[in-house]
Design a protein around this ligand. Sequence first.
Ligand code: UDP
Length: 317
Amino acid sequence: MNILITGGAGFIGSHLCRYFISQGYRVICVDNLFTGSRDNIADLTGNPRFSFIEQDISLPLYIKEPLEWVMHFASIASPRHYLSYRIKTLKSGLLGTYTCLGIAKEKHAKFFLASTSEIYGDPTVHPQTEEYNGNVNTIGPRSCYDESKRSAEALTYAYQYEWKLDVRVARIFNTYGEHMQIDDGRVISNFIVQALRGQPISVYGQGAQTRSFCYVSDLIHGIEKLMNADYALPMNLGNPHELKVIDLAKEIIRLARSDSRVEYFPLPEDDPHRRRPDITKANTLLKWAPQVSLEEGLTRTIEYFNRKLNQERDAHS
Ligand code: UDP
């Protein structure tokens, strides 16, 4: 059984590669290493059930092997990076999804799309259910990401309709954990790295905006359950425990035993004010709910970044 995972050297993709290898699959990992990293797949290199293709998924790709699944996880997912590389972000969502769907169709494989809570934009419905159509500014700075994922969903369902492709679409809410990069730019990695370095914690706005954070192992279980379910409509996957960004900052300072202080910066344009998944569908249809508390997940993530920062320090000394 072969699985193609795009973005397989990225944060979530590398966890998926490891998980499916442990389940006996052969994994073909495709990544252009733009935001992914060889470090994330270092322990898989040399494994006979793992192969790596360094390629941008927005370009045509031909795979020799038969495939059971094509899983499209390649994307620039952090606002810090996608705001600087808007065209590249659109390409991985539009052309990358098109490439992956073409491969799935050719191979008679099932297709899994990593979609996002960002398709809800700055939501006027709270918490966000799958039926909510979202509130996205089509020409705002985040539209490169939001609209590329919305179009990716549209492409996916067009292939389902015309080619009867078997599809799964997970709308992934904020996720954190091991294999995030030091310079990722998303809130949890920023706050932890700043806390460990004793630098000021960069809170945007007053920190009153909310997010709900899911630890990566919970997400991987949710993805696996969705793959095995007979359910082809979009499904929210995330942790409904919602908190303010300022409270996240305080919690990270406490858990990292840091003496960093908070510093306030302007709130980025179109930054969603509130976000929390309604996971009733995942609860009832998949019998899935996140198990790892924020405290436990943050503690593990702090340990991971501590190791990573020490390695970086050793490499430079
Ligand atoms: N944020 C922050 N400081 C940072 C990075 C992010 O206050 O150093 C805020 C950001 O404005 C947003 C929230 O944290 O309200 C989550 O941001 P992130 O970039 O992690 O992802 P998003 O959920 O916005 O895609």
